[in-house]
Design a protein around this ligand. Structure first.
Ligand SMILES: [Zn+2]
Length: 363
């Protein structure tokens, strides 16, 4: 178990507690005439545990009321058995909870949760199908438990403590193997009528285009994700193009080993072809963001996820394509596009905070 000293995490020092600083600068800058945090139970300053369940790892951390992680632990995701996953969550909460007074537990996972945060409707990595996970965990943990989608959890964390602070209409995009999406509108997660809003990665951006695992063709995540970057690089390398020699050298000629990460690393080292490939993905990103702006009119897009290691190499072309494709450009204010601030721990920070500000035992 890794135990960073509270308050000494890089990048998180010296922040003002959000419920103290909410005034105004943020709300005023957004033109919001009201305080869109007043509904939150921000007086609850106890600790919460956030658990982020991924396809391979379960990461958990004790999170304080200012979004700082006081201690952390990890386990491998135990295959497909829902009971085994519950057991790992219980072990992590017991291990991390020793020596702390834990108010509540938030669980973030890929998939769809019902609007009450009681039932996992579907999770792609795990065998949860209509699983009443909250009731099971509250019985085992004897604390309030909240279930949330991982993209929602990360967006909440960025809004409360990261790059989305002070925004009245925030859209967060997580670029990993696919595209995760979430919205915080007027201080609330906007989850749609059935709890499954934010699947922006499956907007069809190229009819008849690349096949997507959702069953359709031409989805945005087939063009603007880590997987898309890897696929394009492999195609270029397989064509034996002279411009792909750095890519081929990086994997000893084994084209199948090229991934999005390979490209990002080479781009950082200055390989012009890898930079171009990232630029292409950035353009697709900007085009999809322009579509979202037409529908949702946010003040800011925050872009997180593993692909963001490419930083400005990705975001600069995205901004350009966004401006070029924005409807009504030149006659309307445009949303900002920024990189996420909290890194890979955003999911567990957000899950913990959501459970704390909305905690209530459901029996
Ligand atoms: Zn799709």
């Amino acid at each position: 178990m890794q135990t960073p000293t509270p308050g000494r995490q890089p990048g998180l020092r010296g922040r003002t507690a959000p419920w103290r600083s909410r005034t105004l600068a943020g709300a005023a800058a957004n033109g919001a005439g009201h305080d869109f945090r007043s509904h939150l139970r921000l007086g609850r300053k106890g600790l919460a545990i956030g658990v982020d369940i991924g396809g391979t790892k379960v990461a958990a951390g004790v999170v304080d009321a200012e979004g700082r992680i006081l201690s952390q632990a990890k386990r491998s995701t135990p295959g497909n058995d829902p009971r085994a996953v519950e057991q790992v969550i219980v072990e992590l909460v017991e291990e991390l909870g020793a020596g702390h007074r834990i108010w509540s537990v938030g669980i973030g996972a890929a998939g769809w949760m019902d609007l009450d945060g009681a039932t996992v409707l579907f999770s792609p990595h795990l065998a949860w199908r209509n699983e009443p996970l909250r009731a099971n965990l509250q019985r085992l943990l004897r604390r309030p438990v909240l279930l949330t989608n991982d993209a929602d959890a990360a967006a909440w964390a960025e809004w409360r403590f990261g790059a989305g602070q002070g925004q009245s209409r925030l859209v967060c995009i997580t670029l990993g193997t696919g595209i995760g999406g979430a919205m915080v509108m007027d201080g609330r997660l906007e989850r749609g009528r059935f709890g499954v809003a934010g699947e922006f990665g499956h907007q069809i951006i190229m009819p008849g285009g690349h096949r997507c695992e959702c069953g359709n063709r031409g989805c945005w995540e087939q063009y603007a994700s880590g997987n898309a970057l890897g696929r394009e690089a492999r195609e270029l390398a397989a064509a034996n193009s002279p411009v792909a020699q750095e890519l081929l050298r990086a994997v000893d000629g084994d084209v199948a080993r090229i991934t999005g990460v390979t490209v990002t690393e080479l781009a950082e080292a200055g390989d012009p072809t890898s930079r171009e490939l990232i630029e292409d993905v950035g353009e697709w990103l900007g085009l999809g963001l322009a579509n979202l702006a037409a529908a949702l009119d946010p003040g800011k897009f925050v872009i997180g996820g593993g692909l963001c290691d490419a930083g400005e190499l990705l975001v600069a072309p995205a901004r350009k394509a966004f401006s070029r494709n924005l409807t009504g450009r030149g006659f309307r204010p445009a949303a900002e596009i920024d990189l996420a601030a909290l890194g890979p721990n955003a999911g567990l920070i957000g899950a913990a905070d959501l459970s704390r500000v909305s905690s209530r035992m459901h029996t």
